[in-house]
Design a protein around this ligand. Structure first.
Ligand SMILES: C[S@@+](CC[C@H](N)C(=O)[O-])C[C@H]1O[C@@H](n2cnc3c(N)ncnc32)[C@H](O)[C@@H]1O
Length: 218
């Protein structure tokens, strides 16, 4: 799937500022919960890869509160890369690498980003197809070093059901854009993790009805 402009607009409302940075209200709203979640995982130092970093507002906070982790921001979209550069430029964090382009749904990226201690993915799986999700989870598994942790967070169906009016409307708007998109089922995700050698350590409820899966490479 090409990540088109319609989907960019459906997926996350963003204010574009004149230097190219994006200010995404939803990213700001959920950043505290994401930072708190990552801080409470077992990982304290090492290498951390974020897939689909978006505006870059999460990763700047993560890199400042977790200075022993070396953070690599990535995204498939050039305008996001530019925004991440802007937010990073304000902070001069030695543990935050320059962002790089990464299409997480294309096979092979794990060979370049191998031996990660942490791979973080927030709010992407509902924007890609099931086939792409399978590739992405397999690459995450291959990108983690032994015992490495992945945190995968976003909106999911629970046992095949959408759990609120907002979720029903959002899922419907996604499948109206492209029938291959939309919320994935939590049970299917758990089966996929197990198939790809990722042990589910914990499932955590997040704000806005989101779920976070905390996984460990077997
Ligand atoms: C809803 S935004 C989430 C951004 C950020 N993770 C957050 O939670 O604020 C989805 C992001 O996924 C990125 N994206 C879409 N398809 C992608 C792909 N195939 N590989 C990597 N990133 C992708 C988009 O460019 C966008 O930045």
């Amino acid at each position: 799937m090409a990540y088109g402009q319609n989907l960019l607009e459906t997926a996350s409302f963003a204010n574009y500022e004149c230097d190219g940075r994006l200010n995404v209200p939803s990213a700001v709203r959920n950043s505290e919960a994401i930072v708190d979640l990552v801080r409470k995982t077992v990982i304290k130092s090492g290498s951390a890869l974020e897939i689909a970093s978006g505006s870059g507002q999460h990763i700047v906070k993560l890199a400042s509160v977790l200075p022993k982790l070396n953070w690599q921001p990535t995204d498939v979209d050039e305008s996001r890369i530019k925004s991440i550069r802007c937010w990073s430029g304000d902070h001069h964090l030695p543990n935050l690498k320059p962002p790089c382009l990464l299409d997480a749904t294309k096979r092979g990226w794990a060979a370049k980003h191998h031996d990660q201690d942490l791979i973080l993915l927030v709010n992407l799986l509902h924007l890609i197809s099931i086939a792409e999700t399978e590739i992405l989870v397999e690459e995450i598994s291959m990108g983690l070093g032994s015992g490495g942790i992945s945190i995968i967070c976003g909106p999911f169906m629970r046992k095949g059901k959408l759990i609120s009016k907002n979720d029903i409307e959002f899922h419907q708007s996604l499948i109206n854009t492209d029938p291959d998109l939309g919320y994935k089922n939590d049970i299917d995700m758990m089966n996929l993790f197990s198939e790809k050698n990722l042990l589910l350590l914990k499932t955590k409820k997040m704000p806005a009805n989101n779920l976070a899966f905390i996984l460990q490479k077997r």
